[in-house]
Design a protein around this ligand. Structure first.
Ligand code: SF4
Length: 229
């Protein structure tokens, strides 16, 4: 497991739990607004070894409920299942954050009961992903991931970082159709600090509070709970 960062404690990342957040190195998308450019395009050595991470974790069995695995894109790591299994053997819950590009990996984790909570980013309508993920990602793959996670029986959430030009009312309508019935849909504000490719934007990417409320009005009747964060 390539580890690019560790947040030792978080009371908000794993809903209802206190956990740590481990960041994996590498991503197959290149969202220009990505706030973790050092993970997506790593320049130096990894932040810590897997052995050091488990040493950290073994000292926290009484303080932490779970581990959130985020990225980058964790599903790119070939030993992700083993990593989750080790965490679970120590008695922790596992939350996976994914961009939805690798439903086969997510399905494997679900099948083996190696994950307890899944959060998937739905960045825009699946048909509009090319500037974010390149031409190789099929919209069907994203729809497959959404359906898989929604029907997994696990607690889950879908999240959209609201950034112009990727997210508008049409995109939110499409996403709301896809995530309909989900327990939680989160519309996230985007800040301008630390972007992967700020030159990409020829207009202000930040979407204001009024427009975010309009997005919420579109989505909130399709899911159990819709929040702006
Ligand atoms: S925002 Fe997420 S999916 Fe996009 S490049 Fe960054 S880590 Fe990858």
């Amino acid at each position: 497991m390539r580890i690019g960062g560790l947040q030792k404690i978080s009371a908000i990342d794993y809903p209802g739990r206190v956990g740590c957040v481990v960041f994996t190195v590498g991503c197959n998308y290149h969202c220009p607004y990505c706030h973790n450019p050092d993970l997506v395009r790593p320049k130096g050595p990894d932040f810590m070894s897997e052995a050091d991470f488990f040493a950290f974790l073994s000292e926290r069995t009484h303080f932490l409920d779970g581990v959130s695995i985020t990225g980058g894109e964790p599903c790119l790591q070939p030993d992700l299942a083993d990593f989750c299994a080790k965490i679970k053997e120590m008695g922790f819950l596992v939350k996976l954050d994914t961009n939805g590009s690798l439903p086969g990996v997510t399905a494997g984790l679900i099948k083996k009961h190696l994950v307890d909570y899944i959060a998937m980013d739905v960045k825009t309508a699946p048909e509009r992903y090319e500037p974010l993920a390149g031409p190789g990602l099929s919209p069907d793959t994203l729809v497959q991931s959404i359906d898989l996670i929604k029907n997994s029986g696990l607690p889950c959430e879908f999240r959209t970082t609201c950034v112009r030009p990727f997210v508008d009312e049409a995109a939110v309508h499409r996403i709301a159709d896809l995530v309909a019935g989900a327990p939680l849909y989160v519309l996230q504000h985007c800040g301008k600090e630390r972007m992967l490719d700020p030159e990409f934007f020829d207009q202000d990417p930040v979407i204001g509070a009024e427009e975010m409320e309009r997005f919420k009005n579109i989505a909130q009747n399709r899911v159990e709970r819709c929040i702006i964060r």
